[in-house]
Design a protein around this ligand. Structure first.
Ligand SMILES: Cc1ncc(C[n+]2csc(CCOP(=O)(O)OP(=O)(O)O)c2C)c(N)n1
Ligand SMILES: [Mg+2]
Length: 579
């Protein structure tokens, strides 16, 4: 039988799965893989990043955007450790990912060799597939198995690869056919649909919470809410499942959510959980109302809320069946009431977006961004107050992409997401919105965007503090501590890296600067000096939170000897959100 080098067999397996983008940093224990990539450079793009974490975060974001598995590689030891954050991001957001981790040569493994870390053990918790290669002749089969498992289990597959094993010659089995088809998802049972349909038909006040499990069923979601006149709430990553201008969409739930969403949840008589395992149970109905839950994972049923009518299987099929089985509802008072609340909420939001106050209000910036982006733009949003402003004030369509680190919530996800966006769709606008703290965690990789000519616009919300945490401390009745840092000139930084930088301080310049930034053909940073006292108030202030704000004020005066009244939102704003 013909022979092939093991590293080339590995690359052939990647190609067989249509993989053509890899992020990472080369080095000693992964050199054999990188050598294989060099030989395949015509149809395999390798992006050298400046920090492995950016590589794995970009790989996760690439999958969130395209549905295709994202791949990152690194040396073993320190590089592999750096990868962990992006791996957990993929795990928590149910995203397939392949990690190729280098390892000390097999003949010295276990001897405390240089950079030897027990990688199978390190990755045990994060991976759905976790193998260290021990026989190079298996490499083609193992890569196939890893990728198949990652797709099937929507998680992270790790191959730990002792470098010497990939430099050997093995029998060439790479021409062999292998099965790339996946099991059809389970179809919901008829009895489950009947039960759910009965509950739906009886309900006067249904509300639906929409999650990622119905991302592939956007038409069905729309038909479902329109046929049965149901107000709809979305989970954080599901903003684009229903377009923001749909009148029945009430927005998000929880701390980043809207008041009408909270009101709908608390006054509903039926909860429909559509493809979501929403974790913030405090915001789910406090009353024990009936619940229909559609989910592909049986273990998700009843996880957060008592479920009367489970629909287990592909939620798209489940929704179609429910739509067919249940008579149309011509109109519904509950919907009208909730839509009215939403109209009021939207008026408040519109007022916020008009503010010409100085320092610049983040809401006003979002308004400017809305004006210059389009239905195609991909938004990569970081963790911090940027998450709140973007979720509330960006007006998006089902055709936009809105990606974030939803359930790991790692700071620093914004820039890697925008890099992945521009690689996946060079023709679309890529926008990153980050806080100054979050951007500083990954800013070295702005040079990656410059290097690979990935034009994007990055808005850094410069408030010289960890604002989100400041408000978290206040809402917990704690004194502010450890949340301030000094100003960094992100515009100068951009220029130093070979990109373009703007500083935005005067509210009068907002529209002009934002517009100019989008006309650039190089990666661009807009360093926006935003109001540090722009409070990302929850859609609804819970009594406990109100009590804690009072406690924080009292402690600020008595213990810090400082009245931080200017950090509080205007009284009218606070009262509106509280009542
Ligand atoms: C890696 C990581 N570290 C810490 C946190 C906790 N955290 C959440 S938001 C935040 C502050 C973000 O600050 P910044 O990026 O400046 O945005 P701002 O809230 O000031 O707008 C912190 C520290 C996190 N989510 N991820
Ligand atoms: Mg900040």
């Amino acid at each position: 039988m013909a022979k092939i080098k093991a590293n080339h067999a590995l690359i052939k397996a990647l190609k067989a799965w249509d993989i053509d983008q890899i992020f990472g940093i080369p080095g000693d224990s992964i050199d054999a893989v990188v050598d294989g990539l060099k030989a395949a450079e015509e149809d395999m793009n390798f992006y050298t990043v400046r920090h492995e974490e950016v590589g794995s975060l970009a790989a996760a974001a690439y999958t969130k955007i395209t549905g295709k598995i994202g791949v990152a590689l690194s040396i073993g030891g320190p590089g592999a450790i750096h990868l962990l954050n992006g791996m957990y991001d993929a795990k928590l957001d149910n995203v397939p990912q392949l990690i190729l981790a280098g390892q000390a040569d097999s003949d010295v493994l276990g001897t405390k060799a240089f950079q030897e870390v027990n990688l199978p053990k390190l990755f045990e918790d994060v991976a759905v597939y976790n193998k260290q290669l021990s026989d190079s002749s298996d490499v083609f089969e193992i890569v196939n198995e890893a990728i198949r498992t990652a797709y099937e289990k929507k998680g992270v597959a790790v191959l730990t690869l002792p470098n010497n094993l990939l430099n050997t010659k093995i029998k060439d089995t790479t021409h062999q056919m292998f099965d790339k088809s996946f099991k059809e998802p389970k179809k919901p049972e008829v009895s489950q649909i009947e039960k759910a349909s009965e509950l739906l038909a009886q309900s006067k006040k249904p509300v639906v919470l929409v999650g990622q499990g119905v991302d592939h069923a956007r038409d069905e979601v729309k038909t479902f809410i329109e046929k049965f006149k149901i107000p709809a709430i979305v989970s954080l990553p599901s903003k684009c499942i229903i377009s923001d201008d749909h009148p029945y969409k009430l927005g998000n739930l929880g701390k980043i959510g809207t008041k009408p969403s909270y009101q709908a949840m608390q006054s509903a008589d039926l909860l429909i959980l559509a493809g979501t395992n929403y974790p913030y149970v405090d915001y789910l109905p406090k009353k024990d109302i009936p619940c229909i839950q559609l989910d592909i994972k049986e273990e998700a049923i009843g996880h957060r809320f008592n479920v009367d009518a489970p629909i287990v299987g592909d939620a798209k099929v489940g929704l179609q069946a429910l739509i067919e089985a249940t008579p149309e509802v011509p109109e519904r008072d509950f919907l009208k009431e909730m839509v009215n609340h939403k109209v009021t909420w939207d008026k408040w939001m519109a007022e916020d977006m008009k503010s010409e106050a100085e320092p610049i209000r983040p809401e006003r910036l979002m308004h400017a961004i809305n004006k210059v982006t389009n239905k195609d733009t991909i938004f990569s949003i970081d963790v911090g107050t940027a998450t709140v402003w973007s979720t509330r004030y960006l007006q998006l369509d089902v055709t936009n992409k809105f990606i974030l680190s939803s359930w790991l919530g790692t700071m620093g996800c914004g820039l890697p997401g925008a890099i992945a966006a521009k690689i996946a769709h060079p023709e679309r606008q890529a926008v990153c919105i980050s806080g100054d703290g979050a951007f500083a965690m990954v800013m070295q990789d702005f040079t990656t965007a410059v290097e690979y000519r990935l034009p994007m616009v990055i808005f850094v919300l410069n408030n010289q503090e960890l604002s989100f945490i400041k408000y978290e401390q206040q809402a917990a009745g704690e004194l502010e501590y450890g949340v301030d840092f000094h100003d960094l000139d992100f515009a100068k930084f951009a220029e130093n890296c070979g990109g373009i930088g703007y500083t935005l301080k005067d509210p009068k310049d907002i529209d002009a600067v934002v517009q100019t930034a989008f006309q650039q053909s190089k990666p661009t940073i807009v360093n926006v000096h935003v109001d540090p006292n722009a409070a990302p108030l929850p859609g609804k202030i819970l009594p406990e939170e109100a009590k804690n704000y009072m406690k924080w004020m009292y402690r600020s005066i008595t213990e810090d000897k400082e009245l931080k009244i200017d950090e509080l939102p205007p009284m009218s704003e606070a009262v509106k959100r509280f009542l």
